[in-house]
Design a protein around this ligand. Sequence first.
Ligand SMILES: [Zn+2]
Length: 86
Amino acid sequence: MRSSTKLKLQQKRLLATYVKNREESKLNQRFKRAIKLQKENPLTPEQIQAVQRGYEREACPRCASYTLFRGEDYIKCTTCGSALYT
Ligand SMILES: [Zn+2]
C-alpha cells in the first residue's frame, strides 16, 4: 500500500517535470521562430526605439514588448520575465 502511494507520487512528479520541460521547449521554439522571422524584415519604428533604449530589436514572443535584452547565453524579457537560453 505504502510503496504504491510512493510510486504514484513519483510518477506525478515525473509527469510534472515532463510537462514543464515541454512547455519551456515550446516557448524556446516560439522565441527562435519569432526572432528568425523578425530578422528577415526591415526595422520598424518600435524596433529602432528598442535598439536605442539598449534592447534587442526583436519583440518578446510572449508579451510582444520590445524589452528583450541579451545576456551571455540567454535573451530575457524585462517585461514578462521570459527567457531564451541559447
Ligand atoms: Zn515578454
